[in-house]
Design a protein around this ligand. Structure first.
Ligand code: G7M
Length: 256
């Protein structure tokens, strides 16, 4: 359950019709417990049913560690892990094949190499632009993550960047300079996708330890075609994530 940002339209009503309980007052500062009217206290709720043990873990609060993954670690630890036990990407194929969420598509490009589908992420209820969140899912089914990207993918990435920005400007009147466009490493789902979020919204997973700006990714690949294959990548892992277990078994997870 998530409390979404308070829309500008409901703010006046919220202040007028809520009950306020004073908690603390000091000079010009005071804090209150605000109990809003029932119709303004709805919560965005996500249900995963049936959920696997991996889903349950993903949503539990756990200790987190920063991991350094070298090219060799990826080959010997991460890749076998992805191949054996990553989340199913059936929901992604359903979107690409228009078996689900077809009516939510904002923009699409059918090209098998450089094409993609842009649609609202299910973290966004589309009620307000403050927490705008869309994802672009690539048509190509053989790019698992940032690690697989090479300079030959630059046309795909530039296409997503440009057409995604144009579509969001047209549909939501949000210009490119107000967007944070990035990839996650590690992602939860190993089918390449790009996140488009509002710069004014601290979207979960947009921190420096997990997010890679699409514009930086493009520049890095133009400068060095094998950049993401060769360099160590850093990312956070929760203590009992199965990938963390593999890194620990290989002696690669610091004891801290
Ligand atoms: O980079 P990472 O793999 O963590 O991000 C996946 C993104 O896909 C997240 O932002 C999720 O909220 C989003 N997402 C996950 N699922 C299962 C769905 C879905 O079924 N529909 C949509 N529209 N977004 C999803």
């Amino acid at each position: 359950m998530e409390k979404t940002p308070i829309g500008h339209d409901s703010l006046a009503e919220m202040l007028k019709d809520s009950t306020l309980e004073l908690k603390m007052k000091n000079d010009i500062y005071s804090t209150y417990q605000l109990i809003p009217p029932a119709h303004l206290s709805d919560m965005k709720t996500t249900v995963i049913c049936p959920a696997t043990q991996k889903h349950v873990k993903k949503y539990q609060v756990q200790e987190t560690f920063l991991v350094e993954e070298t090219e060799e670690d990826y080959r010997s630890i991460t890749l076998p892990y992805i191949q054996s036990q990553s989340f199913s990407v059936q929901w992604v194929y359903n979107i690409l094949e228009k078996k689900a969420e077809a009516e939510r598509i904002i923009c699409e490009d059918p090209d098998p190499k450089t094409g993609f589908v842009l649609l609202p992420d299910f973290k966004w209820d589309m009620k307000q632009l403050d927490d705008l969140y869309l994802i672009a899912i690539v048509r190509s089914r053989d790019i698992k993550s940032l690690r697989d990207l090479r300079s030959e993918h630059v046309p795909l990435l530039e296409n997503i960047l440009r057409k995604g920005q144009e579509a969001i400007l047209k549909k939501f009147s949000v210009p490119a300079c107000k967007l944070r466009i990035y990839l996650h490493y590690q992602p939860s789902y190993y089918h390449l996708h790009v996140h488009f979020t509002s710069l004014s919204h601290d979207a979960p997973g947009c921190g420096v330890e997990r997010a890679h700006l699409l514009s930086d990714v493009i520049l890095n690949l133009k400068g060095s075609p094998m950049y993401y294959q060769k360099r160590p990548l850093f990312f956070p892992l929760q203590a009992d994530d199965n990938l963390a277990v593999k890194f620990r078994e290989a002696g690669k997870l610091p004891n801290c």
